[in-house]
Ligand binder design. Sequence first.
Ligand SMILES: [Zn+2]
Length: 344
Amino acid sequence: MAATHQADKEKIKQEHEATIRETMVNSAKVFVTTSWDFIHSKMDTERGRRFFKEILHSIFFHCHIYRDTELNRQSINPEEILGETLQSELAVMYPDVFESYTSLLPRRSPFSILLEVVVETMAGRSEIDIRTELEKLNNKMIVHKSGGSSCGNDFCFGATVVSYSYFRSSSLETQKYFGASMSCSGRKATRIFISVACIETWNDNVAHAVCLAAKGHPSITLPDTVYSTAYRLHPPKKGGNNSHEYKELSPCELCLKIFPNVTFSSLHKKDQDKQFWNYGNCAECEAISNLLNGQTSISDETQELNASLEHNLEDLRAKRKNILRGHLNRFNFTVTPEARFYNS
Ligand SMILES: [Zn+2]
């Protein structure tokens, strides 16, 4: 009896694992094909091709680190995602992506890259138009399972929040800059990508702010005044029109600690979920990083405002590199943070 019960449990576990893998594979495939279609229709240029390669590399990396000995998971390789025909076509067009996804790190997650394409192709950077386009893309990337049911895409799931931020003073009002929450599948990938962002991707001031807050230190001060607004993506309602929808969202407590003097557009306590994520997971970080990278004078002013902070960025980054090295070693990944990042 006991043996049968054990066998049943094992069978359920295997079926559960198979479903998770199937969702990941299908998420990766539909993300690749939807991004390809979108980029070809909106940005059929060398720049567009570079964005597509960056997306492809980031997805392959995610699927490579799917490997997990504790859970008995094997890496998902490009052929499993794309099928033989598409895999060989893309391997001829972009050989460097296929050669480097196991040896070079991506700088950001696939959804962050796609968001940049959407923002660049939207005349006037209207946040309503951008949200509408993202809703449409999310609808196209719903994953259909073999049993007939469907679910959200693994690579969009983490990016349920998008945010925009801008700076306004008596003499300057900047355009809006956008960012997404960490669109990674699983905690392991999310931790890796937050560390990568702190080491390599984000503006130095944002990396400094996230590292300080994560260590419980007082964070940086931004020049007056940076404004921030965030939206959460809500999945299709049952019996509704089968469409995603963005609704405004208050910042979480972690973001209030990372950016203590930012003016957030909505501050309702009731919106705030229990925070089970890490410092740096939120869309606000990428949006404010893009604002500072796009506006050098504001970034320089931020640097000056925080020059005398006790814990400097260099030391905090060195600790982050250790954390990242630990994550990568644990998953038997042959890359170190000192190794390079993929350039599309
Ligand atoms: Zn937050």
